[in-house]
Design a protein around this ligand. Structure first.
Ligand code: ZN
Length: 200
């Protein structure tokens, strides 16, 4: 933006001198002062998160805080909500606050079977106390089955409410692994998240 303004000032400061059929442009001055864009400067921070969990029998499948009917669930110390764990790591990463295992260790009894939305709420308190607000979040969940399309809006709503932003600032996408690897064979699920924070 600033570069564009400088070039515009240079162009406006030129005079046109006609000499026979030749037109030359002569800058009146090269003493160009930076011009304020008038746009408030904002400091943005980006973070990314990734997580993967095994699928096992006898566990509830929880994704984005939604209990989804399925023959298996994700194994973990908490409710193993792989999608929310990726969001937590993205937010912590953007704020420079480390990672999920550092704040919510899987050896701590208080986190046994806890809803990951509660961990997300605690994460939001941490980043808020440092002056950050969330601009937007983009999540991809990798799961061979079940189909997740019908649950995406509810997942987005849960996450948006927890971190106090509008629902349209949270995007959830679902992909398969085309039968390849651990996710493709239905042995686990993975998630990636990118989060953008603003210092308010
Ligand atoms: Zn996890």
């Amino acid at each position: 933006m600033r570069t564009w303004v400088q070039r515009s000032s240079l162009a406006l400061s030129c005079s046109v001198k006609r000499c026979e059929n030749v037109i030359t442009l002569e800058p009146r001055t090269l003493n160009i002062e930076p011009v304020s864009s008038g746009i408030e400067e904002r400091i943005m921070r980006i973070g990314m998160g990734y997580d993967i969990h095994r699928l096992v029998a006898g566990r509830k499948l929880v994704l984005g805080g939604i209990v989804i009917p399925f023959e298996k669930g994700l194994w973990g110390h908490s409710d193993a909500d792989v999608l929310v764990h990726a969001v937590i790591d993205a937010l912590l990463g953007a704020a420079g606050l480390g990672d999920i295992g550092q704040h919510f260790p899987d050896t701590a009894p208080e986190f046994k079977d806890i809803s990951s939305l509660k961990l997300l709420s605690k994460t939001y308190e941490m980043i808020s106390s440092k002056g950050f607000t969330v601009q937007n979040i983009d999540i991809t969940i990798f799961a061979e089955a079940p189909k997740l399309l019908r649950y995406k809006a509810a997942m987005q709503k849960n996450i948006a409410q927890t971190i106090e932003i509008e629902q349209d600032r949270v995007n959830v996408k679902a992909k398969t692994f085309e039968g390849l690897g651990m996710v493709g064979k239905g042995e686990g699920m993975a998630a990636q998240c990118v989060a953008l924070l603003k210092i308010s």
